[in-house]
Ligand binder design. Structure first.
Ligand SMILES: Cc1ncc(COP(=O)(O)O)c(C=O)c1O
Ligand SMILES: N[C@@H](CCCC[NH3+])C(=O)O
Length: 411
C-alpha cells in the first residue's frame, strides 16, 4: 500500500507529499487496506476455530481499532483505559482479554462490569484480588492463567517476556497449583490458559516450543478434572523492518493444529499487535536544517524521539526514504530530531539521498508502537494521525495544540 510512482511516494491512491502539504509534519499516515489485508491474511491461515484479539498497545487509535472491530476482532488490553478505547471503537466487550502483571482493583472492577471474555491472571495475589472484587460485585469473573513457559523467543532482550527471569506470567512449576486454587474459588470461573513469549518473532519455532509445554499443562489439568475452553497463544508475530524473513504463517498454523490436536474443541485466541499494523503506517517528517560537525553529516528533522521512540529505545531499524526521490548522490548522515537528548535519533550513519531543507522523509514500519509510545517530552505537541482508504484521507487524530499540553494543570 506504500509505493513509489514517478519517484513520488504514495499511500494507496494518495501522494504522501499532498498529505504533508495539507496536514503539515510531523505526521503519522496509515493505510486502512493494509490493516484489513493483514487481518484477513492471518484469519484465513489459522484453520482452527479462533478469535483474533488485536493488541491495542500497538496502535490504539479509535479508527484503527474500529477497522478491526468491523472485521470481527476482539481486543487484547492491558489497562482499563484500553477497555474504554475498545468500547468506544466498537469492540464487543465479550471479546476482550485483559493481560498485564499489575491490574488494579479499579481496573478489575471496570473489566468485570464490562463483561470481558477473561482476565489473563499473572500471580496468585492477583487471583485473590479478582475473587474479592467479583465477590463484592456479586459476579463471576472468567479467568485464564498466563504461564511463563521459559522459552527463548530469540528476539530483542527488552521485548522477551517468556523467560523465567522475566516478570511475566506464573512459572511452569507453580501453574498447576494456581488452577487448583482457582478451582475452589466461588467467584472465578476457569476458562483457559495463556502465554506470550515476546514480540517481533520472525522464526515461529519458539511459539511451538511454548505451545507444546502448554498442551502438557492442559493434559495434566484434564487429569485433575479441569477442562479449558480457551487456549490463548498471545501475540508476537514479527514483521519485516529491514531484511528479516517474514514469519511463516502456514507453519504457525500447522504448529497450533499439531500442538493442540488433543483439544479440538478449545477456542484459539490470538493477540497480534505489530503484525497487523506495523507496516501499515509511516511517520513523515521534514528536514529543518543540515549541518556538518567534524565531517559528520546531520539532518535535523521536525519529528523526534517523543513522536517515535523505537530507534532511541531499542536501537530499532526503520527504513527511511525521501518522500520525493530526486536521483541525487547518496551521503551518510545521522537523522536526528530537535529534542535535547543525544538519544534523539531515527538513524545513525545511514546511507541516504543528499537532502535539502524542507525535503520530506518517510520513516517506514511506524504503524506499531509509534504513536502509542509518543509523549509530550520537551513540551512538543504530539503529531496528527491520518487514515487513508483508497483516495480518501481522514484525520483520525488532530495535531495537539498548546492548550492540549497544559490540560489539567494548575498553578
Ligand atoms: C500479553 C501481550 N499480548 C500481545 C502483545 C502484542 O505483541 P505483538 O505486538 O508483538 O504482537 C503483547 C506485547 O508484546 C503482550 O504483552
Ligand atoms: N514496544 C515494543 C514492543 C513491546 C511489546 C509490548 N509487549 C516495540 O516497539 O517494539
Amino acid at each position: 500500500m506504500f509505493f513509489y510512482k514517478n519517484n513520488e511516494l504514495y499511500v494507496e491512491d494518495v501522494k504522501v507529499s499532498d498529505i504533508a502539504l495539507e496536514y503539515k509534519t510531523p505526521i503519522y499516515i496509515y493505510s486502512k487496506n493494509h490493516f484489513e489485508n493483514q487481518y484477513k491474511k492471518l484469519d484465513q491461515k489459522i484453520t482452527r476455530k479462533h478469535l483474533i484479539c488485536f493488541a491495542l498497545k500497538a496502535n490504539s487509535n479509535l479508527a484503527v481499532i474500529n477497522t478491526f472491530a468491523k472485521l470481527g476482532a476482539g481486543a487484547d488490553v492491558v489497562s482499563a483505559g484500553e477497555i474504554f478505547r475498545a468500547k468506544k471503537a466498537g469492540i464487543d466487550t465479550t471479546k476482550i482479554v485483559f493481560s498485564g502483571v499489575g491490574k488494579t482493583q479499579e481496573e478489575i472492577k471496570y473489566a468485570i462490569e464490562n463483561n470481558i471474555l477473561m482476565f489473563n491472571v499473572e500471580s496468585f495475589e492477583e487471583l485473590e484480588e479478582i475473587e474479592n472484587v467479583a465477590s463484592s460485585l456479586g459476579k463471576i469473573a472468567q479467568i485464564s492463567f498466563r504461564v511463563n513457559p521459559n522459552v527463548d523467543p530469540k528476539t530483542h532482550p527488552y521485548i522477551s517476556t517468556g523467560l523465567k527471569k522475566n516478570k511475566f506470567g506464573i512459572s511452569y512449576t507453580q501453574i498447576i497449583d494456581a488452577y487448583k486454587l482457582a478451582n475452589q474459588m466461588k467467584h472465578v470461573r476457569i476458562k483457559g490458559i495463556q502465554f506470550h513469549i515476546g514480540s517481533q518473532l520472525t522464526d515461529v519455532s519458539p511459539f511451538f516450543e511454548a505451545q507444546l509445554k502448554v498442551a502438557n499443562i492442559m493434559k495434566e489439568l484434564l487429569s485433575l478434572g479441569i477442562k479449558l475452553d480457551i487456549i490463548d497463544i498471545g501475540g508476537g508475530l514479527g514483521v519485516v523492518y529491514e531484511n528479516e524473513q517474514e514469519p511463516d504463517l502456514d507453519q504457525y498454523s500447522n504448529f497450533i493444529n499439531q500442538a493442540f490436536k488433543d483439544f479440538p474443541d478449545s477456542l484459539i485466541v490470538l493477540e497480534p499487535g505489530r503484525f497487523l499494523v506495523a507496516n501499515g503506517g509511516i511517520f513523515v517528517t521534514k528536514v529543518l536544517y543540515r549541518k556538518q560537525n567534524e565531517g559528520k553529516n546531520f539532518y535535523i528533522v521536525d519529528g523526534a524521539m517523543n513522536d517515535l521512540i523505537r530507534p532511541s529505545l531499542y536501537d530499532a531499524y526503520h527504513k527511511i526514504e525521501p518522500v520525493v526521490k530526486k536521483n541525487v548522490a547518496k551521503v551518510q548522515a545521522d537523522i536526528v530530531g530537535p529534542v535535547c537528548e543525544s538519544g534523539d535519533f531515527f538513524a545513525k550513519s545511514r546511507e541516504i539521498d543528499n537532502l535539502e531543507r524542507n525535503d520530506l522523509v518517510s520513516i517506514f514500519s511506524s504503524g506499531a508502537y509509534g504513536f502509542t509510545m509518543a509523549s509530550n517530552y520537551n513540551s512538543r505537541c504530539r503529531p496528527a494521525e491520518v487514515l487513508v482508504d483508497k483516495d480518501t484521507v481522514k484525520v483520525v487524530r488532530s495535531r495537539e495544540t498548546f492548550e492540549d499540553l497544559i490540560r489539567g494543570e494548575a498553578i
